[in-house]
Design a protein around this ligand. Structure first.
Ligand SMILES: N[C@@H](CCC(=O)N[C@@H](CS)C(=O)NCC(=O)O)C(=O)O
Length: 247
């Protein structure tokens, strides 16, 4: 079997979700950072326009949830899906909730204001790990992205980010995990998708300091939330080290 190949954006939280799953299962894999011109390649490979994409057995899988499903089938140990059927359903429902109700809104809450207030900052953040020519392309195309982030979208993003912290606090089981007694895909998804806000020390790709003021503001407003501290704790206890290998 060829070594699995991950096409990713280092900064992106959906990509962090899959990197964490690969690292958690200790699956040796190659990572390739795509640039702002990723779209035609990704469409050609998967028929959709998002990263991450994982190449497994010469097939490209798009969407983080489907990638983790494929990893779980091929490398069941250590598991990310709880063994008990009803606990597994709960974990998968929470994965879906955080994908849809946190992943996209959090991106709007952070990237929307950055695009409007700090055009250089947004280029530095989104092109993290990409070559210099990617920054030139990004500088040219990012102003057009502002049209996607209306004030109402940004405000809804802020509210959903806060609601997702409350949802974590409300759903935590006596074990300290979201589903059952052990770390699962639910915990991994919630923590990974909050990584751009919490920026835990274990994060492998980091926004350059000083942090953009929009992030500083959110971090001081939300940093005392118990679920914010829980994200740091999940990273400290379960993130581990990279299983990336050289190409
Ligand atoms: N549901 C997808 C969402 C992935 C996603 O939105 N990826 C972003 C990066 S954070 C992306 O590729 N955005 C480019 C686009 O939407 O065109 C997943 O779980 O993989």
């Amino acid at each position: 079997m060829a070594t699995p190949l991950l096409w990713h954006f280092p900064i992106s939280h959906f990509n962090e979700k899959v990197r964490w799953a690969l690292d958690w299962k200790r699956i040796p894999h190659v990572r390739r950072t795509l640039g702002p011109d990723y779209l035609p390649r990704v469409w050609w490979a998967t028929g959709r326009g998002t990263l991450p994409v994982l190449w497994l057995d010469a097939k490209a899988i798009g969407d983080s949830t489907r990638i983790i499903e494929a990893l779980e089938r091929r490398w069941p140990e250590p598991p990310l899906y709880p063994r008990d059927e009803s606990v597994r359903r709960r974990a998968l429902a929470l994965e879906d909730f955080f994908d849809e109700e946190l992943g996209h809104p959090l991106r709007a809450a952070i990237i929307g204001p950055l695009l409007a207030q700090d055009p250089d900052g947004v280029v530095a953040v989104l092109t993290l790990g990409m070559p210099a020519r990617a920054r030139r392309t990004a500088r040219a195309i990012f102003p057009a992205f502002r049209a996607f982030y209306h004030a109402a979208t940004i405000q809804a993003g802020r509210e959903k980010m806060a609601a997702a912290l409350d949802r974590i606090a409300a759903e935590l089981q006596p074990s300290g995990y979201l589903a059952g007694d052990t770390f699962s895909v639910a915990d991994l998804t919630a923590a990974a998708l909050f990584a751009p806000l919490v920026i835990p020390p274990e994060l492998q790709y980091r926004v350059p300091e000083p942090l953009p003021s929009v992030l500083v503001g959110y971090r001081s407003a939300l940093g005392g939330h118990p679920a914010y501290r829980w994200v740091r704790d999940m990273y400290r206890r379960h993130r581990g080290t990279s299983a990336e290998v050289a190409a």
